[in-house]
Design a protein around this ligand. Structure first.
Ligand SMILES: CC(C)(COP(=O)(O)OP(=O)(O)OC[C@H]1O[C@@H](n2cnc3c(N)ncnc32)[C@H](O)[C@@H]1OP(=O)(O)O)[C@@H](O)C(=O)NCCC(=O)NCCS
Length: 170
């Protein structure tokens, strides 16, 4: 399994994924995005930084990204991730999350990394916990999903809770 920085050549596949509700799953908002919009979304240096997740055969199976909440000056990082349905449950989500946490704490002077998840999204909660995240609170009615405002749980990992790089130095 490998994380690779997203290149322009990946945009068409990402547009295809963004426009398929199954890729984000039932606990995320629906998206409709064009190739041009996708280019803008990922072109600013302070916008979302995505990585493509590749499986052990080298096929593209999903993405994981990070972004600064509010503004880069806040140095408050958040992550998000999705895998195509056929590649879930094989450990790639857990491994991708561990790699990005290692990468962010090793490369950036940030004190915490956060993630948000729907309370019903057990797979997401499981991988967050396995990567050392702790549930810290509820953002009430913060996500508009399938026509309804839903609560979201916030998870975080602090630098002092991040024991040691488990992936990148081995
Ligand atoms: C969330 C997601 C990235 C997880 O990736 P993944 O590769 O499937 O996860 P892993 O295989 O590494 O681990 C999943 C864990 O959750 C567990 N799990 C999966 N579905 C579960 C369920 N319904 N109830 C309880 N546990 C569940 C698995 O057993 C596994 O735990 P284990 O390793 O202890 O057995 C993936 O499911 C996904 O892309 N979902 C759709 C998009 C999404 O919801 N993104 C997150 C938004 S916050």
């Amino acid at each position: 399994m490998n994380l690779r920085i997203l290149e322009k050549e990946d945009f068409p596949l990402l547009v295809e994924w963004f426009n398929q509700p199954e890729v984000f799953g039932e606990y995320n908002p629906l998206h409709q995005v064009t190739l041009e919009e996708m280019g803008k979304l990922f072109s600013s240096p302070h916008e979302i930084k995505p990585f493509i997740v590749e499986n052990k055969e080298g096929s593209k199976v999903g993405f994981i990204h990070y972004f600064y909440v509010l503004h880069p000056v806040s140095r408050l990082l958040e992550i998000g991730y999705s895998l195509i349905p056929s590649e879930r449950g094989k450990g790639y989500g857990t491994e991708a999350l561990r790699i990005i946490v290692d990468f962010l704490f090793l490369s950036k002077d940030v004190i915490r990394i956060q993630a948000q998840t729907d309370p019903r999204n057990l797979a997401s909660q499981k991988i967050l916990e396995k990567a050392g995240f702790k549930k810290e609170g509820v953002l009430r009615k913060s996500f508009f999903i399938r026509g309804e405002w839903k609560d979201n749980w916030v998870y975080s990992i602090l630098r002092e809770e991040w024991k040691e790089p488990r992936i990148l130095t081995k």
